[in-house]
Design a protein around this ligand. Structure first.
Ligand SMILES: *[C@@H]1O[C@H](CO)[C@@H](O)[C@H](O)[C@H]1NC(C)=O
Ligand SMILES: *[C@@H]1O[C@H](CO)[C@@H](O)[C@H](O)[C@H]1NC(C)=O
Ligand SMILES: *[C@@H]1O[C@H](CO)[C@@H](O)[C@H](O)[C@H]1NC(C)=O
Ligand SMILES: *[C@@H]1O[C@H](CO)[C@@H](O)[C@H](O)[C@H]1NC(C)=O
Ligand SMILES: [Zn+2]
Length: 354
């Protein structure tokens, strides 16, 4: 795992280091040196939420996301800031759109000059101020390097950021450490390494997924992208701290996102458990039928919220605020009136969102 992380770093340090985000080394020239960058299944893309295929995939199984690593480093590689971890339990992800188990390699960020843009993928032509990429390689390919030779070699869990009024305590030490890696090739070690779970969003049920590429050279088309709908919240000052980092020419790394690429013949899936939406409130449903619908909506085999926070290997539960049905399930039998209120609330929330 450590070897894999080091290799990913060497992609940035090594043969692919002479790319940038402006001018002659900018994204529009990447294809001249790296054939894949001119491919037909590139990332990022704009996701049109009205043009996705709704699916209800098996739950994502995240293992080791709640285990504090023994050692975590933050490194400025001249293109972004990269987090590598040495952990007793190497985090893995499986399930969802994935076949097989994927092992953690590294995570890094993409941002823009100001809070109006910076994410790579866009949703309905909207850019978020920043995006987190948590990179995994398929375990059977042994390393991130050899995984690049397989179309299902990598998966990236992508999280968008939004600006909140208050600092996120989960990112406190992270942001403070950015001061120690202002210059390219500087590294710093966390005193109290955060868990992966600390750095990502809660709701892991609602996501877009599609097949694409690395968003930096060599742009290999080997990535199953999983873009979570729920953003991570940071304050303006916390996002601003990333813009103080410098590239290898000691110029501020104020933006490091690739422009969106054509979708081409690809389909974007949207995972949701909104079977509950099928309830037709015009009809007077017998309580038994309502219970049946809520039952169908339950994720089979997932531990309850209280079990999952205590165990080392967990299937992360959807957050209660996003998932009325699961909340109801975890509290057991409730008066039918409350069940119907929840159905109404979920339906009403959706109505305002569309
Ligand atoms: C962290 O950095 C130290 C010093 O460069 C290095 O020895 C160690 O292997 C690194 N660990 C990880 C997990 O990247
Ligand atoms: C953000 O940057 C863009 C591009 O440089 C610029 O057009 C825009 O006015 C800026 N917005 C704010 C709010 O500073
Ligand atoms: C970060 O920099 C500060 C100030 O230069 C220094 O005191 C501290 O030891 C550094 N921490 C790490 C983890 O490198
Ligand atoms: C992604 O590619 C795999 C084959 O590697 C295929 O099975 C899967 O259906 C594709 N996913 C989408 C969303 O098109
Ligand atoms: Zn990235």
């Amino acid at each position: 795992m450590l070897i894999a992380s080091i290799w990913i770093l060497s992609v940035h340090y090594g043969h692919a280091q002479d790319f940038g985000y402006d001018g002659e080394k900018g994204p529009s020239h990447w294809g001249e040196q790296y054939n894949s960058c001119a491919g037909k299944h590139q990332s990022p893309i704009n996701i049109n939420s009205l043009d996705v295929k709704k699916v209800n995939l098996p739950p994502l199984a995240l293992v080791g996301f709640d285990v504090a690593p023994r050692e975590t480093n933050l490194t400025n590689n001249g293109h972004t800031v990269v987090v590598t971890m040495d952990s007793e339990v190497t985090p893995t992800v499986s399930g969802g759109p994935l076949s097989g188990v994927y092992e953690y390699s590294q995570l890094h960020f993409h941002w823009g000059d100001n809070d109006t843009f910076g994410s790579e993928d866009m949703i309905d032509n909207h850019r978020f101020p920043m995006e987190l990429h948590v990179v995994f390689f398929k375990q059977e390919y042994k390393s991130a390097k050899s995984a690049l030779n397989h179309p299902d070699g990598l998966t990236v869990l992508a999280f968008f950021f939004e600006i909140a009024p208050d600092d996120s305590p989960m990112y406190e030490e992270f942001i403070a450490l950015l001061n120690n890696v202002t210059e390219s090739h500087q590294s710093a070690r966390f005193d109290t390494p955060p868990t992966l779970q600390d750095l990502i969003a809660d709701d892991l049920v609602h996501y877009y997924t599609y097949n694409g590429s690395l968003t930096t050279p060599p742009c290999s088309e080997v990535v199953t992208w999983i873009d979570f709908k729920e953003p991570i919240l940071l304050s303006h000052a916390q996002v601003q701290a990333f813009r103080a980092l410098q590239d290898e020419h000691n110029t501020p790394l104020t933006h490091n996102f690739r422009p969106v690429q054509p979708l081409g013949d690809r389909v974007v899936l949207y995972n949701t458990d909104e079977l509950i939406k099928e309830v037709d409130l015009e009809k007077d449903l017998p309580p038994a039928v309502v219970e049946d619908i809520l039952d169908t909506n339950r994720i089979d085999g997932a531990p309850s919220a209280s079990e999952s926070s205590a165990s080392k290997t967990t299937t992360k539960r959807p957050s209660s605020r996003e998932n009325g049905a699961s909340t109801i399930q975890s509290y057991g039998t409730l008066p039918i009136v409350m069940v119907l209120m929840a159905v109404l609330a979920v339906t009403a929330a959706r109505g305002t969102a569309c």
